[in-house]
Ligand binder design. Structure first.
Ligand SMILES: [Zn+2]
Length: 231
């Protein structure tokens, strides 16, 4: 497994000090399975363990894509509520499941304190749910629910241009997470939003996937309806 990892040197945008974090050589990964909520399972390693950077000096944490983005206001919030309580801890080696979980929890705490967008929080919760699924933890369902709540709020209140997750992907995930929790009617409404969205023309793969899941949800809805009418 160690050949799949390398050390990346990062400069913390808060304390300006350097640290290293392991990263996965994505080109070498072999896909084992693609799941309906967009989780991808790889054969030899779970890249989710290394998605989060944690600065060992000050505790600033986040997913790689947004790590460098922090404004003056957010820095102030971070300084007041986290930085001065932080006891230096190191996550730069090969991570155990416990350490990977701690990294996600730190990233979530930082995101809440510095008020990151709902789409970012949704993504973090979804990834943490996938991590729990991988280790068979019952906490998976809790974090899928948190992800759903953040994504719904994001779709209603945020402009998603220029963020790591686009509007149709958020709508698809809201549909899919509703379906997982047995809310088939809501799922169908959200899948329809995806299929009617002007941007879907540019994402053929998501369009096909959404049509497939729309049919699955419709069947499940008809079954539930049929059985409740039979009673
Ligand atoms: Zn730092």
């Amino acid at each position: 497994m160690e050949q799949l990892l390398y050390d990346k040197t990062i400069t913390c945008p808060v304390c300006r000090r350097e640290f290293t974090s392991k990263k996965v050589r994505t080109r070498r990964l072999k896909i084992q399975e693609k799941q309906d909520d967009l989780n991808v399972i790889y054969r030899d390693i779970n890249p989710l363990y290394y998605q989060i950077f944690v600065c060992p000096h000050c505790g600033y944490s986040g997913s790689e894509g947004a790590f460098g983005e922090i404004n003056v206001n957010q820095k102030r919030l971070f300084d007041e509520q986290i930085r001065y309580k932080w006891k230096p801890r190191e996550y730069g080696g090969v991570r155990t499941p416990e350490e990977a979980e701690e990294c996600f929890k730190m990233a979530l705490l930082v995101a809440q304190v510095i008020k990151r967008p709902q789409s970012y929080l949704g993504n973090l919760c979804l990834k943490l749910a996938w991590f729990y699924r991988d280790i068979n933890s019952p906490k998976e369902a809790d974090f899928l629910k948190h992800a759903l709540r953040h994504f719904e709020e994001s779709y209603q209140n945020e402009h998603l241009e220029g963020t790591s997750v686009d509007e149709i992907t958020v709508a698809y995930l809201v549909g899919e997470l509703n379906r997982r929790f047995g809310k088939y009617k809501d799922a169908i409404v959200w899948y329809s939003k995806v299929l009617e969205h002007p941007m879907i023309k540019h994402n053929r793969q998501l369009q096909l996937k959404t049509r497939e899941q729309w049919r699955v949800a419709k069947e499940q809805f008809d079954q539930v309806k049929g059985s409740s009418e039979a009673q």
